[in-house]
Design a protein around this ligand. Structure first.
Ligand SMILES: Nc1ncnc2c1ncn2[C@@H]1O[C@H](COP(=O)(O)OP(=O)(O)OP(=O)(O)O)[C@@H](O)[C@H]1O
Length: 265
């Protein structure tokens, strides 16, 4: 039997029979952009220099406006919404990379964000990045050694590329390697931002299978993707965010249908 709780105007269903892994409680995230505002033209900048004044104001961007939900063990949650609706901000907040302005995020275990900007070093070879990535995820040197070949095989880069610096990789190749590294470990909470969007059909199939396995072994998986097919295939729940607010939360088919309908208007 689900309890219903009201948080910051959002009704949240809490299922006491399942184990919560991520709890987002009336979360507000505000970015502060310093030096924003003013006319921004050369004349006004010059006049500020003459008057020895700094760029005028500080602007606030209220990116997440009171989100509340609970994700349970074993769930794969897709996050959809238009550009700038707050999807990446939400992932960063769950990963603990952005402090809430108010409200809170609780996670059971360590969240890992696997994004397009995941911290790999472009000037180092794929090989070195695998080793560094594994160590950075907390693996021991022995575990890293044991996983190395599996990661290379999973990434499936063209012959020899693993010995080239990552700056020579296409965006798809980089994404494959990042995913392969992150997927080598069981994560308590795995957060994926667009990492699969650039992979080809075969790689997507492999990734989907791996995400399924991770879901069984781990806590919860969150996936942000612009390709709705990917979300539909990989997730068993979808959250639609609109201008930082929850618009819908539920069955992927239903949420995606409503979203596509709204986008068509
Ligand atoms: N570092 C930042 N500083 C200031 N504002 C930011 C910053 N990052 C994002 N924003 C703003 O916060 C809002 C939400 O951005 P976010 O990147 O979370 O959206 P998104 O849904 O992931 O978008 P997209 O689909 O384009 O990736 C936008 O208005 C954006 O301009």
């Amino acid at each position: 039997m689900a309890d219903t709780k009201v948080r910051g105007g959002t009704v949240v269903d809490v299922d006491p029979a399942r184990e919560p892994i991520v709890v987002v409680d009336d979360l507000h995230i505000i970015y502060r952009v310093y030096g924003a505002g003013g006319k921004g033209n050369a004349a006004s900048a010059f006049s500020r220099v003459l008057r020895r004044k700094n760029r005028p104001s500080m602007k606030e961007v209220h990116a997440i406006k009171g989100l509340s939900f609970v994700a349970y063990r074993g769930e794969a949650v897709g996050i959809i919404g238009t550009n700038g609706s707050g999807k990446s901000t939400l992932l960063k907040a769950i990963a603990g990379l952005l402090p809430p302005h108010s409200g809170a995020v609780y996670t059971d275990g360590q969240p890992s964000l696997l994004g397009v900007n995941a911290a790999l070093m472009k000037d180092l070879t794929g090989e070195r990045n695998i080793v560094l990535g594994c160590l950075a995820m907390g693996m021991t040197p022995a575990q890293t050694k044991a996983q190395y070949q599996k990661i290379v095989d999973f990434a499936g880069l063209k012959e020899g590329f693993i010995q080239y610096p990552m700056r020579t990789y296409s965006s798809g190749m980089g994404a494959r390697l990042r995913f392969a590294i992150a997927a080598a470990k069981t994560h308590d909470v795995l957060l994926i931002d667009e990492a699969l969007a650039t992979g080809d059909a075969k790689f997507k199939r492999k990734s989907k299978k791996r995400i399924e396995e991770l879901r069984k072994e781990a806590g919860a998986v969150f996936l942000v993707a612009h390709q709705l097919d990917t979300v539909k295939e990989m997730c068993d729940r979808v959250i639609w965010i609109d201008e930082g607010r929850m618009r819908m939360d539920g069955d992927p088919e239903e949420v995606i249908e409503a979203y596509t309908e709204a986008a068509g208007k």
